[in-house]
Every structure is written in structure tokens, then in C-alpha cells.
Design a protein around this ligand. Structure first.
Ligand SMILES: Nc1nc2c(c(=O)[nH]1)N[C@H]1C(S)=C(S)[C@@H](COP(=O)(O)O)O[C@H]1N2
Ligand SMILES: [Mo]
Length: 414
């Protein structure tokens, strides 16, 4: 795993894409001079990019904010954010591959040279401020965890669509989530090596992106068994867009807790604040007078179907996935008649022979449906083993977080 440099890979991919376009242009009789002129005028360069096969389509506009290719058949483009298309997960295995994993950047993906990079553990909460190199981390005991990372705003667009009030922020449907096998070292191990004090209160990882995105968590969460400093994703080097060289994994918590491109971790004996636990990632609205700070995610469900798409009539197997930030999923019910009747879906164990149902990850499910022609709003409602379920609506909050209500997924049967 070390030695595989994703920065070099990104440059390589871009050069390869440009060479491919030139080949296409040359075959079509274009002169080198005209080609270069086109490439340097952004608009035309982008048009030229569209002749690329999907895997090579690394448009310049994309390259600015997100490094990996995010083709439209796999992603919905929201500017610096890329949403996973749920319909593209149909027939896929349990994990979200690195190629398909959603990207949520407050600014843009930075390039970090791992040889110059250090991870510092510092602050009033440690006896011995300590620095770790990339190789130091790789030499430590490797832990792996299968968990989701989900944006706190996943489902935000439904506040407007179903409840008539638009919340500010990226108008995600349900694709701001993915499940991966994360590998790295326990944060607790690093804190202990730095001599964490019994009086330590808050722990704040800080990103090396241009805004230094950072957000504190309480020491109890930081010391948890499954809270990791991650360097691997699905058995590969953590990709650049997902936090290379290292990111946090804070299972069950809102996406923002999983800070990417971490350069330092502050441990403090007094409470820590950042814009991401004071101005954003708090609930603001009439129903939330105390402005609670977001921690865990709730329960959600998604169908692996195109939004507003069409399927053919007959016996169908509807598939989807449900998850909770708190506990394992106990059951999933599906309604095809607008919520009048509900049937239990079958929880599947595909691709994970032993671990049928993992807490703070998702469970795959399916249900048979004899679909007659017509318009439908399909609904799925999950319940976790802690008793949390999905309500019909949720009280509005200005920034549209935690939309855990049952979603009505429009579909035409023809
Ligand atoms: N440094 C840094 N970390 C970050 C972010 C960011 O913009 N900068 N975005 C956060 C948010 S809001 C989410 S939802 C997750 C998304 O992780 P992903 O892009 O790997 O899917 O990363 C979190 N970590
Ligand atoms: Mo997020």
C-alpha cells in the first residue's frame, strides 16, 4: 500500500485523457495547432472531453474540485459535491466501491505529499505532544471497520419536496452515503502514545484543505473502539478525494465528523469550538430552541431505482438498503400503495457470509412485487434494534439536516 502515490496517478490520468482526445482529434483530421487552441479555451476543451469513454472522462472543470472521474451514470453533480446514484447500486455488492463513493468537499480536494506530511497530536489534553509519519501509522496494528459515512444533509431536498420548505445547502436526495471497509489505526492508540490526560475533554481533528475544516468530538467518542485514523478504503490506499493520506472514521456520526486530509488533532481540557459545531451542523428551527449540536445519524432507507424512473410491469424484485447511526437494522417494511399497507422486506446477506447485519453500516433488502401499470410512490421504512424508526415527517431545521422521514419514491410502471 505505501508507495502507491495517488497524486501521481491523478496527473497520469489527466495526461492520458488529453492524449486520448488528441488521438481522436488527429484521426478526425485536426491539426495540432488547432487542437491546442481548443484545449486552452475551456469551453471547447470540455466539449472535446465529452468524446472520451466514460472511464477517461476527467473534465477540467471537475478536476478543479474533485479529482476522481465522476461520470453522470454513477453520480449527480452538485458542484464541489457528487451524489451517488442509487439506481446504479442495483446489482452491486455490499460495499460502495471507491469509484462510486459520494464526495462532499467544503472547498476542494487538496494534494498532499505524504513524505512531508505529519500527524500531530497536540493541545492541553496531552502530556507529550507527538508527531507521527505516514510510515509510523502503517507500522502500527491495523484495524478494519465496515461502516457508512453519510452526510448530515443527506435527504435534504425532501424538506422542500415533501414538507414544502426549502432548507439551505446541497439539495441531496438519498445518495450522500456509502459503506466501505476502512482500515487504519485506533485514534485511542495515538492519544495514549501522546499521554492523553484523564482531564481531556474534547478532541478536534483538523483538515489540511484550504478552510482547515475541523470539528470537535468528546473524548469518549474519540476513545471508542471503532473510531479510527484511516489510511485505507476497501483494501486500497485511501483515495485523494476521500482524505489521502488519512481521514477520521467516527462511526454512526454525521459525515462532518469524519474529517479528511487530517494534519493535526487537538486534545483539550476545555471545550473546543469551530464553525462546524457552532454555525453549521447544529439544528436551528422552531422545534429546536436549544440549537442541539449534531452527533449520530438516524434511520433511513433507499430504493435502488431511478428517481421518477420507469420499470416494466410484471413480477419484480424491488431492492434497497437501510441504515441507522445507532444500532443494527431490525426490520424493513415496504408500501407500494401510499402507506395503506406495509409488507416486511427480506433482509439479505449478500457478499457478507457471516456478518449479516452490521451496526452503523447498512443492510440490503428485497421484496417481490407484482407490478401493474400505473404511477406509484414507493415507500420503505426501517426500524433499528434500539427502536428508532422512520416517521412520516420531521420538524424543519434551517440547514436541512437529519431528514429521517419515510421518502415517497416516484416510479412509473408501464
Ligand atoms: N477536511 C475536510 N473533511 C471533511 C469535509 C471537508 O470538506 N473537509 N467534508 C465533510 C463532510 S460534510 C462529509 S459528508 C464527509 C464526506 O466524505 P467523502 O467525501 O469521503 O464522501 O467528509 C467530511 N470531512
Ligand atoms: Mo456532510
Amino acid at each position: 500500500m505505501p508507495g502507491h502515490n495517488l497524486k501521481v496517478e491523478a496527473i497520469y490520468n489527466r495526461e492520458r485523457a488529453e492524449r486520448h482526445i488528441w488521438e481522436v482529434a488527429r484521426t478526425a483530421g485536426m491539426s495540432r495547432r488547432r487542437f491546442l487552441k481548443l484545449m486552452f479555451s475551456t469551453g471547447a476543451g470540455l466539449t472535446a472531453m465529452s468524446v472520451l469513454p466514460a472511464g477517461l472522462r476527467i473534465a477540467r472543470a471537475d478536476h478543479v474540485q474533485v479529482v476522481k472521474p465522476t461520470p453522470p451514470e454513477l453520480f449527480i453533480n452538485h458542484g464541489s459535491n457528487r451524489e451517488m446514484r442509487w439506481e446504479a447500486m442495483a446489482g452491486q455488492g455490499y460495499y460502495t466501491s471507491n469509484e462510486r463513493f459520494f464526495v462532499r468537499n467544503h472547498t476542494r480536494t487538496p494534494h498532499i505529499d505524504p513524505s512531508a506530511w505529519r500527524l500531530s497530536i497536540e493541545g492541553s489534553g496531552v502530556e507529550n505532544p507527538t508527531q507521527f509519519t505516514y510510515d509510523d501509522l502503517l507500522a502500527m496494528e491495523e484495524m478494519t471497520e465496515t461502516k457508512f459515512i453519510e452526510c448530515a444533509g443527506n435527504g435534504r431536498s425532501f424538506f422542500e419536496l415533501f414538507q414544502g420548505r426549502r432548507a439551505s445547502g446541497t439539495q441531496w436526495k438519498l445518495g450522500a452515503i456509502g459503506v466501505a471497509e476502512w482500515s487504519g489505526v485506533r485514534l485511542r492508540e495515538l492519544l495514549e502514545r501522546a499521554g492523553v490526560k484523564s482531564t481531556a475533554l474534547d478532541v478536534m481533528p483538523k483538515g489540511l484543505d484550504s478552510l482547515n475544516v475541523r470539528r470537535p468530538m468528546p473524548i469518549e467518542k474519540a476513545m471508542g473502539d471503532d473510531t479510527l485514523v484511516v489510511y485505507g478504503m476497501n483494501g486500497e490506499v485511501l483515495p485523494q478525494d476521500h482524505g489521502y493520506p488519512v481521514r477520521m472514521l467516527v462511526p454512526g456520526w454525521v459525515g462532518i465528523a469524519n474529517i479528511k486530509w487530517v494534519g493535526s488533532i487537538e486534545v483539550s481540557e476545555s471545550p473546543l469550538y469551530s464553525p462546524w459545531n457552532t454555525d453549521t451542523y447544529v439544528l436551528i428551527g422552531d422545534a429546536y430552541p436549544d440549537r442541539p449540536v449534531l452527533t449520530t445519524q438516524g434511520v433511513k432507507s433507499a430504493f435502488e431505482l431511478p428517481w421518477g424512473g420507469q420499470i416494466s410491469a410484471g413480477r419484480r424484485k424491488l431492492t434497497g438498503r437501510s441504515w441507522s447511526g445507532v444500532a443494527k437494522i431490525k426490520q424493513v417494511e415496504v408500501s407500494v400503495d401510499g402507506g395503506s399497507t406495509w409488507k416486511l422486506a427480506t433482509l439479505s446477506a449478500r457478499n457478507i457470509p457471516k456478518a449479516r447485519n452490521i451496526p452503523k453500516a447498512w443492510v440490503q433488502w428485497s421484496i417481490e412485487w407484482d407490478a401493474a401499470p400505473g404511477q406509484y410512490n414507493l415507500q420503505a421504512r426501517a426500524t433499528d434494534r434500539a427502536g428508532n424508526s422512520q416517521p412520516d415527517s420531521v420538524p424543519f431545521n434551517e440547514q436541512g439536516y437529519l431528514y429521517t422521514a419515510v421518502v415517497r419514491h416516484p416510479i412509473t410502471v408501464a
